[in-house]
Structures are given as structure tokens and as C-alpha cells.
Write a protein that binds this ligand. Structure first.
Ligand code: NAD
Length: 304
């Protein structure tokens, strides 16, 4: 049977509708959520990501502040701009687009963001809170993946979840969120001896290695949920994930495509984190859930 597609674009659109309602409610109380996006240098991929984030803000009523800095911006100048944004009451969320030019230490810059404005969820305090099972700002991509899992009738509780990738941005926080959802979690990485033997045990497989066609049909347990985080390019320049989609969809039960899967969800969760930061700034506890307001099957395409 061909897998059902988890449509991240449709799911993100549903979440955007909920965000727009929460932004309106904040505006009624005199607060417009504000997101500052800091872009250092002229990396073309980063420029596209930043543009998409700014546009997504505009669409839901979040005010965006684009801070564009030259490639040779010094550490002191960048830290100074971050400090200004930390102190600005109109800015509820700050995102420093990664990667940074090589002379800048991303860890130092991210940790300089006030942790309650760190809407990327990458600050050491937010990473630690996620580790402790008390997340505030969750790392956007793993948070988006959790929403995708929530949107399908597949119980994460008790399932065997396997992750490919152990980065601070994706793999590690993903493991913590799955653990908090009571999955049994196994993490694979570049030194894993027999990747296929591990992935074949997975009820839920999250691929985040950044290697095109790393995940093939023989690595999939029949009926498994396969979420593809990877963003790679084919030799022709087309965007693709880590999973051989055409092959794997014949074995899996659910599968997320690239493009149109995790990417739009990552942006949606950035907006969610920004709205929740604005809500906290006026002493309102963020109220979930973000997916409860419409038909939970709406983002799952019918079997083909
Ligand atoms: P990273 O390079 O920091 O980490 C990659 C991880 O994959 C490492 O832990 C490495 O050990 C593991 N790995 C690499 N090759 C492997 C192999 N052959 N077998 C097993 N493990 C292997 O990358 P990242 O920041 O975690 O991102 C991973 C991928 O996800 C990239 O393609 C990135 O572009 C993509 N990404 C997409 C989004 C999105 O919104 N769609 C967001 C973040 C990252």
C-alpha cells in the first residue's frame, strides 16, 4: 500500500490561522508581537530563508524587524545589536540566521540573546529546559515534527522512534521531545555501525542527516511513519530530502515530502514561539493546543 502523505504545507496553513487569531487577541490588548531577524553576510540560501520568515510574519500580523549586517561585521558590533534587541520592548523574539560567517562564534551569539526572546529555541537555557522536560521555546524544526506526528492517527506513546542525526538544532532536541511524548528513542549518527539494522526497527523514523537518498526502502519497517527533515539538492538543483521518497512511500504508512513537509512547519513553529513569547511578556500563559481547532485529518492526504 502506498503511504499517506503528511502535508506540512497544509498543516502549517492551519497553524498560521490559529496564530493570526492569537495575534489579533494580543493586539486587542495593545501588544503587537515583534520578531527581529538578524542576517549577517550575503549567503543566498540564508537570504531566502530570512525572506520567507519575514513574509510569514507579515501574513499573520507579526511585526518583523530585519537587521542586515555586512559579512565582515565584528563580534562586538553583532553582540551590541543583539543587546539592543534584547532591551527593545517591541521585540518579543530574536532570531540570528545561521550559519554565521566563520569569524563569529554562533554559540556565543545565540547565548547572548535573552533566553525569553530566543524563539529559535537554541539558547543553552532553552535547550536545558527541553532536556529537563520543561520546554519553553522549543527548537522550531523538532517542534514542527512533533506537530506533524500529532496530526496523524498514529500513537507516538510507546512507539520505537529512530532519529538519524544528533545535531544541537535538530537531532538532540528531537530526541527530548519524542522522549517526553513517551516514545522509546534511538539516535543514529555518522559513526553508527549498521544504520539500516536500526532504522528497520523504527515505528517512527526521523531523518536529519543532510544526505540525499540516505534512506532507502530496505531500511523501512512496513507501515512506519517517515519524517524527512533533510534539505539537499539533486544534481539538477532540485530541492530534496534524505529519503528516497518514491521507493519509501511504497513501504511506509505515512511519509512527509520535501519540499512541502518539515520546511513550512519549521517556519510555523517560529511564529508560534514568537506569539507565545509576546503572550508571556504581558504575563499571559500561552494556551495550547495549536492543532485543536479544526479537523485533525485535514493535513493528511488520502491514500493513493
Ligand atoms: P548537521 O550537519 O549539524 O547534522 C547532521 C547529522 O547527521 C550529524 O549528527 C551526523 O552525525 C549525522 N549524519 C551525517 N551523515 C550520516 C550518515 N551517513 N548516517 C548517519 N548519520 C549521519 O545538520 P542539521 O543542522 O542537524 O540538519 C540536518 C539536515 O536537516 C540538513 O539537511 C539541514 O539542511 C536540514 N534541516 C532542515 C530544516 C527544515 O526546516 N526543513 C531545518 C533544519 C535542518
Amino acid at each position: 500500500m502506498t503511504a499517506r502523505t503528511i502535508d506540512g504545507k497544509a498543516l502549517a496553513a492551519r497553524i498560521h490561522a490559529g496564530i493570526a487569531r492569537r495575534v489579533k487577541s494580543l493586539q486587542d490588548r495593545g501588544v503587537t508581537p515583534g520578531l527581529a531577524v538578524v542576517l549577517v553576510g550575503d549567503d543566498p540560501a540564508s537570504a531566502i530563508y530570512v525572506r520567507n520568515k519575514v513574509r510569514a510574519c507579515e501574513a499573520v500580523g507579526i511585526r518583523s524587524f530585519l537587521v542586515q549586517l555586512a559579512d565582515n561585521t565584528s563580534r562586538a558590533t553583532l553582540l551590541g545589536r543583539v543587546a539592543e534587541l534584547n532591551a527593545d520592548p517591541g521585540v518579543h523574539g530574536i532570531l540570528v540566521q545561521l550559519p554565521l560567517p566563520r569569524h563569529l562564534d554562533a554559540r556565543e551569539i545565540v547565548d547572548a540573546i535573552a533566553f525569553d526572546k530566543d524563539v529559535d529555541g537554541l539558547h543553552a537555557t532553552n535547550a536545558g529546559l527541553t532536556l529537563l522536560g520543561r520546554p519553553r521555546s522549543r527548537s522550531c524544526t523538532p517542534y514542527g515534527v512533533m506537530m506533524m506526528l500529532e496530526s496523524i492517527p498514529y500513537p507516538v506513546q510507546g512507539c520505537d522512534a529512530v532519529l538519524i542525526g544528533r545535531s544541537n538544532m535538530v537531532g538532540k532536541p528531537m530526541a527530548m521531545l519524542l522522549l517526553a511524548a513517551n516514545a522509546t528513542v534511538t539516535m543514529c549518527h555518522s559513526a553508527t555501525r549498521d544504520l539500516a539494522a536500526v532504522t528497520r526497527q523504527a515505528d517512527v523514523l526521523v531523518a536529519a542527516a543532510g544526505r540525499r537518498n540516505l534512506v532507502t526502502a530496505d531500511m523501512i519497517k512496513p507501515g512506519a511513519v517517515v519524517i524527512d527533515v533533510g534539505t539537499n539538492r539533486t544534481p539538477e538543483g532540485k530541492l530534496c530530502g534524505d529519503v528516497d521518497f518514491a521507493e519509501v512511500r511504497e513501504i511506509a504508512g505515512w511519509i512527509s515530502p520535501v519540499p512541502g513537509g518539515v520546511g513550512p512547519m519549521t517556519v510555523a513553529m517560529l511564529l508560534v514561539n514568537t506569539v507565545e513569547a509576546a503572550e508571556r511578556s504581558i504575563g499571559t500563559s500561552p494556551q495550547g493546543p495549536w492543532l485543536a481547532e479544526s479537523d485533525p485529518s485535514a493535513a493528511v492526504a488520502a491514500p493513493r
